[in-house]
Write a protein that binds this ligand. Structure first.
Ligand code: BGC
Length: 761
């Protein structure tokens, strides 16, 4: 008994110190909450506790007649018995209220449900895909975009989003890089925090919903970039690259995690105690709960890890997966496993407590219908203010990749502009992949956006379809690889135009879950179309719409202006048009390296040096390179141009050596030598030259966004201390090793000023 009280107090202390409490406007202290939750759990039968661990997909018409047979009938019965803790994919106040009413008013204990949904880049009003948002490096804008999504989703009854995805992604073949923050753990950690704060706020109103850091862990490292594939990475990569954004998520107060489909070094993540019990719940003292990915508990059988569903349930719960999403493993087998002594009831209690604690913190016990207000729903969904938020975010997400001949910005009048490409008129594709609740055809197309600027003569030709029909969930996007019947019309228009704006790239449904690609060039006949148009008019502005880095070396060599416009959401066309016409000066920087050739992938800026970084005997072959391709990427991490011109000079270090308890300052002067005002993301990188575990050639350690008028200069300074130099070392801990370092400051990872310093005793 005394032991229990001490444990409770200890938990209280841990919880109180996490930012869950720092950020929440909750009436509970950690200790009072723990008391409440424990008292409730005491009242619950084993089956009711397991019920809290059970999540069902809701797909029947909940307001219609009650389902009589099949899975729907079982789910309905379980719901009535109080054997469901959460539903996913139920949306709309009417439906959510109907289910919540059953849980609250018809079950023995009346415990409210969590309603989860993939609000990944907006609900009905769609923001740029997360990779695009990350290109803004603008944490406040990213937070505002998440807050908007939470407000809109919260208004339709959803109280839990399965976002943010914080998987660091190095492989552009993997379609889910569109959902993440790119390849860097430092930037990824800050963006994870911004998104979580945006979604969760302080939980005080129905504008704040529960966030979920996913997919824990290693999912983006699937071999060959093929979704769901095997992951085999060492401890150094796991700790230095994969885990930091997850840790940042815990520190930001996230209260749910989702584990991942992949196996990690031979053990499926869902059944992995090292990840979930040792690291997440142990080392990081995560107070929230872990939900499995869809069916990932049952998939442990396909992995060859569990022999049947019952064993899958045993392994998953013992490993620390608290909630079962659609495997039916917990609801069907946990009680029996407890009775057989294969699963300790205390583990069920712990899982149930984690889920209940979250429900208390969300305020669902005070008001289970907190998210069920029809008037608020009607006033909130599609609110016009949201358009400003997504437009602002979309403009900030655009990256100018090339602008020779100053083709951009376009003149606002007196020009003949030919707009070419199926994506230029597509009002659905810019919504991207995760827009489950958005209506088709609700994005502003670039054709529409450009019409706002009516001083020019604007003509449009499709040129070629990207996909043969609008892809329907859950089917493959069918790429047009043969039909070139529209080429001639496009060529004819291009011949007569002063400037050709070509919108090429991927359809929104070509990236995302299960959308891996082995060829990451322009899909279908688009490369041919580009070359055919170039043959008659070289004044081309290429606008890329895509959900991942593309390998477009020909375009880079030949096309004078290239704009990376990703999938920018509802306001896509307006945002791109404002950038093309110079009403908005682009400031985005790539959060992921663009390769020249898919054969270079995975390619990332923070790679190791290798033993043969150059030819020992110049001209010989024995060094780490390709015989048929450069090592260098097409566009490096952190790269992005502006209509302004930024020059870096005068790098200074306050001292060349410093000790553990000291700091040094590095500064540079940035000057805008261009003709217009612009924003620049000044980036700080370091390199640890010699360490007991080899270190990357560059690591991002800081950045600052500045705005400069023409001819204006600004001194930008960063502080370097021992903490900033830490890494997960060969001693299996985060520490700094004394020695020699380099520091780099610049506008992208490949063009920097540099200096040397030492950390001494
Ligand atoms: C995805 C998750 C998602 C879940 C629920 C899975 O297929 O991997 O990221 O949250 O489905 O829709």
């Amino acid at each position: 008994m005394i032991k229990k009280q001490i444990l409770g107090l200890l938990l209280g202390v841990i919880l109180q110190t996490t930012s869950v409490w720092a950020q929440n406007k909750t009436k509970y202290t950690a200790v009072s909450l723990d008391k409440k939750v424990s008292a409730l759990v005491k009242k619950m039968t084993l089956e009711e506790k397991i019920g809290q661990l059970n999540q069902y997909n809701g797909f029947w018409d909940v307001t219609g007649p009650k389902p009589q047979e099949g899975k729907a009938a079982k789910k309905y019965e379980d719901l009535k018995k109080g054997y469901v803790g959460s539903m996913l994919n139920v949306k709309g106040v009417k439906d959510v209220r109907a289910l919540q009413k059953i849980a609250v008013e018809e079950t023995r204990l009346g415990i409210p449900l969590l309603f989860g949904f993939d609000v990944i880049h907006g609900y009905k009003t769609i923001s740029p895909i997360p990779l695009a948002e990350s290109a803004s490096w603008d944490l406040e804008a990213i937070k505002a975009s998440a807050a908007m999504a939470a407000e809109e989703a919260g208004a339709v009854g959803i109280n839990w989003t399965f976002a943010p995805m914080v998987d660091v992604g190095r492989d552009a073949r993997w379609g889910r890089v569109m959902e993440g923050a790119g390849e860097d753990p430092y930037l990824g950690s800050l963006i994870a925090k911004a998104r979580i704060e945006g979604f969760q706020g302080d939980f005080s109103s129905n504008k704040n919903i529960l966030a979920c850091a996913k997919h824990f862990a290693g999912y983006a490292f699937s071999e060959a970039g093929r979704d769901y594939n095997t992951v085999d990475i060492g401890e150094a990569v796991l700790h230095n690259i994969v885990l930091p954004p997850f840790k940042a998520a815990v520190e930001a107060g996230v209260l749910s995690f989702m584990n991942s489909f992949n196996e990690l070094n031979g053990v499926p993540a869902t059944g992995n105690p090292y990840l979930q019990r040792k690291i997440l719940k142990g080392d990081w003292a995560f107070p929230g709960f872990v939900v499995s990915d869809w069916g990932s508990i049952l998939e442990m059988q396909n992995h060859g890890y569990a022999k049947d569903l019952k064993q899958s349930a045993e392994f998953a719960i013992n490993a620390g997966s608290d909630m079962d999403m659609e495997s039916y493993a917990y609801i069907d087998h946990l009680a029996e496993l407890v009775r057989e002594g294969k699963v300790k009831e205390s583990l069920i209690d712990d899982a149930a407590k984690r889920i209940l604690r979250t429900k208390f913190l969300l305020g669902l016990f005070d008001d289970p219908y907190k998210y069920c207000d029809e008037a608020h729903e009607a006033a909130t969904v599609g609110k016009s203010e949201f358009q400003n938020t997504v437009l602002d975010m979309a403009k900030k997400s655009i990256v100018l990749l090339k602008n020779t001949n100053d083709l951009l910005p376009l003149q606002k009048s007196g020009k003949k502009i030919a707009l070419i490409g199926a994506l230029a008129a597509d009002k659905t594709s810019p919504l991207g992949n995760w827009r489950l609740a958005a209506d088709e055809n609700t994005a502003v197309s670039l054709l529409e956006g450009m019409k706002t600027y009516s001083g020019n003569e604007l003509t449009y030709a499709q040129g070629a379809l990207v996909v043969t029909e609008q892809p329907k969930f859950p089917f493959e996007a069918l790429v047009n690889t043969t039909d070139k019947s529209g080429f001639q019309e496009a060529i004819d228009l291009a011949k007569k135009a002063d400037v050709v704006v070509m919108v090429l790239g991927e359809h929104g449904m070509q990236s995302g879950e299960a959308r891996s690609r082995a060829d990451i060039g322009l899909p279908g006949v688009q490369q041919e179309l580009l070359e055919a148009v170039y043959a008659v008019n070289k004044n081309i502005v290429l606008v890329l719409q895509n959900g991942r880095p593309l390998a477009i070396p020909w375009a880079d060599e030949n096309i004078p202006s290239i704009v990376e416009a990703w999938q920018l959401g509802t306001q896509s066309g307006n945002a791109i048009a404002q950038v093309l016409y110079g009403d908005y000066n682009p400031s985005g920087k790539l959060p992921m390296t663009f390769p020249r050739n898919v054969g270079q992938v995975p390619i990332y800026y923070n790679h190791k040096n290798t033993g043969r970084p150059y030819a020992l005997d110049p001209g010989t072959v024995f060094w780490s390179h390709y015989n048929d391709e450069k090592n260098a990427p097409l566009y490096p991490f952190g790269f992005g141009l502006s209509y302004a011109k930024f020059e870096y000079s005068d790098m200074k270090l306050s001292a060349a050596t410093f000790k553990s308890n000291e700091k040094i300052e590095v500064s540079v002067t940035v000057t805008n030598s261009g003709k217009v005002a612009g924003k620049e993301v000044v980036q700080l990188y370091i390199r640890d030259l010699v360490a007991t575990g080899t270190r990357p050639v560059l690591e991002l350690k800081g950045f600052e966004m500045i705005e400069l008028q023409p001819n204006e200069s600004k001194k930008v300074s960063f502080t370097i201390d021992e903490k900033l130099l830490e890494f997960y070392s060969a001693n299996n801990k985060w520490e700094t090793e004394k020695g020699d370092f380099k520091v780099f400051v610049g506008g992208n990872s490949a063009q920097t000023l540099q200096a040397d310093f030492q950390l001494v005793q």
